[in-house]
Design a protein around this ligand. Sequence first.
Ligand SMILES: C[S@@+](CC[C@H](N)C(=O)[O-])C[C@H]1O[C@@H](n2cnc3c(N)ncnc32)[C@H](O)[C@@H]1O
Length: 190
Amino acid sequence: MLTGSRSSCRGSSPDTRARPIPGTGGSPRFLEDVGGLARENNLALLNLAASLLGRGESYVEVGSFKGLSLIAAMLGNAGDFVGIDDFSLGGGNRRRLDANLRRYGLAGHTILEGDAFTLLRQGALGARRVGVYYYDAAHDYRSQMRGLRLIEPYLADDALLIVDDTDWNQVARDAGLPRGAAAGRAPRDA
Ligand SMILES: C[S@@+](CC[C@H](N)C(=O)[O-])C[C@H]1O[C@@H](n2cnc3c(N)ncnc32)[C@H](O)[C@@H]1O
């Protein structure tokens, strides 16, 4: 996972320890109930990141699948939330995503359906300023780079970027890094 840091963290120093995700009772059943691929620590990180959104900023994620990461980001947090998915991965679809979000009482978010790269290039985020960006779609170096480049014009000054599975060997290999060396490092041509 590759993360950017927000150095000027919204006024006085926030409590940046991972916290249980509100509304889930801290239960791993939450993961089973919704169904998805993210792990508990990733979900707690997203929830914490979204809690640090500044005024007028948005949380945007690419790869919402059945909603697990979007639900984790939204629970207990206020703000503008956007999920993007083309539902190309088997088992995920718009109906299921919407039903899962409803089940957790969540509303007011935006789902953009289609290829994320096309949508971002076409300006589908409008005038949004993105304070937290979570990329969790195709896990190869080229796609991850595209996902970062295309979100760049939308980013708030001290935005937090979270990219899943940057530590996969295929990502390291394509980035020209030694095996397993990609975790936590910015790609050289970022
Ligand atoms: C690993 S899953 C996301 C898991 C999800 N974040 C979770 O917490 O369960 C990847 C998702 O990315 C979507 N996806 C893959 N390529 C995409 C693209 N080019 N544009 C939009 N969505 C894409 C797939 O349909 C799939 O739902």
